[in-house]
Design a protein around this ligand. Structure first.
Ligand SMILES: Nc1nc2c(ncn2[C@@H]2O[C@H](COP(=O)(O)OP(=O)(O)OP(=O)(O)O)[C@@H](O)[C@H]2O)c(=O)[nH]1
Ligand SMILES: [Mg+2]
Length: 361
């Protein structure tokens, strides 16, 4: 009789439908287990602070999500992690396709983990929405680093805008720092505005070059050279060593033409081979010298503060702009107003004023 007495406990589970025999009990169990795990923000935070990679990856996935609930959770995690973001160094790496960025990061990353450091590799690649992230395919070029338990490689977040990708990368940096990574390497493809975005989120900006690409003297992408804290001539091996040394001299000369940096740092040039690993330790020595100087004169910290402000304002600008173009009335009026401007029926400024007034009314 007591057997059939209804149990009103909230924890009682109905027996449910019995699974057909063809479903493997273990895979069904795995799926159920996976679904059940929705760690709370507290669980994620404590995982990250313990250096747990699964908690880190899950939190980054929340940061990358477009779901507002996920984003709210991500914000809670990030805000706590900010308090724990430790003494990391953020290094940006750029260079034209084929210069050897991935191969360099593999060699440099392995060198750093060899020194006992924990290295995270992230990417800002606005084209990755289409290509699914160059760094993802790159994992094959970073074979050793991928296997290294002191390294973490995360492909670029995809997003419609560079600003969106950059925001996600910035927040990912915070999470990686809280997870105890000492060195955060951020790779950018040598095209578009992504260098500027990466330059505004790193402490040290490294430009990778190769000799004989014909751009030594032309100062190609002058703006990028101006941003560099170090220029490394890669592929200085075999027949290429002499040419690389020549290129190094040329770049050194060119660097003197740029105004001094407010940090007091004078950009350096050196050669390296990501294949033979010759010249890799010098890169790290240079960065250590940079840290000594800029932490000594405090410019390291003031730069980070400026960067934080910059990203706050960037985010506001971007969201205001996106909001403007998304508004129904603006969408309806935009095309006809553009035509009117083309036909000289209204001045560009008056047209802009007209649309802005509609938006702000
Ligand atoms: N000889 C020599 N070859 C190198 C060196 N570094 C890279 N390479 C080769 O150059 C080619 C391009 O290297 P990647 O590391 O893929 O270059 P990347 O800059 O990451 O290229 P993207 O991802 O396409 O932008 C590969 O075939 C590498 O093996 C080097 O130091 N010496
Ligand atoms: Mg690459």
């Amino acid at each position: 009789m007591s057997d059939i007495k209804p149990n009103h406990s909230a924890l009682t589970e109905k027996p449910g439908i019995i699974a057909p025999e063809i479903i493997s009990a273990s895979s069904a169990g795995n799926i159920q287990h996976f679904r059940r795990i929705q760690p709370s923000s507290d669980e994620l935070i404590s995982g990250i602070l313990k250096g747990d990679i699964t908690a880190l990856s899950r939190s980054i996935t929340l940061v990358e999500s477009t779901n507002t609930i996920h984003l709210a959770k991500a914000n809670t995690v990030i805000n706590t992690c900010l308090l724990h973001a430790a003494k990391s160094i953020r290094i940006g790496i750029t260079g034209v396709p084929g210069v050897g960025k991935s191969t360099f990061i593999e060699a440099f990353g392995k060198y750093l983990t060899g020194l006992g450091k924990k290295v995270a590799v992230l990417a800002v690649d606005p084209s990755s929405t289409i290509s699914h992230g160059s760094i993802l395919g790159d994992k094959t070029r970073m074979e050793e680093l991928v296997k290294d338990k002191n390294a973490y490689i995360r492909p670029s977040a995809s997003g419609e805008t560079l600003g969106g990708v950059a925001r996600k990368t910035r927040e990912t940096i915070t999470l990686c720092e809280a997870a105890g990574f000492d060195v955060i390497v951020i790779e950018t493809v040598g095209v578009g505005q992504s260098e500027t975005a990466v330059h505004s989120m790193v402490d040290f900006f490294l430009l990778l070059k190769i000799s004989g690409a014909g751009d030594e003297l032309q100062g190609i992408k002058r703006g990028i050279m101006e941003m560099a804290d170090a220029i490394i001539i890669n592929k200085a091996d075999g027949d290429n060593i002499k040419k690389a040394q020549f290129a190094k001299m040329e770049f050194n000369r060119a660097l003197h033409l740029f105004p001094a940096k407010s940090s007091g740092w004078t950009p350096t040039t050196s050669t390296c081979s990501s294949i033979t690993h010759e010249g890799i330790p010098i890169v790290w020595e240079t960065i250590e010298k940079f840290l000594d100087l800029t932490k000594g004169n405090k410019s390291f910290y003031s730069k980070r503060k400026e960067q934080n402000q910059y990203w706050m304002l960037e985010t506001i600008n971007e969201q205001l702009k996106a909001n403007f173009y998304k508004q129904n009335e603006i969408q309806q009026l935009l095309e006809s107003t553009k035509k009117a401007v083309q036909n000289d029926e209204i001045s560009p400024f008056a047209a802009a004023q007209f649309l802005l007034e509609k938006y702000f009314k």
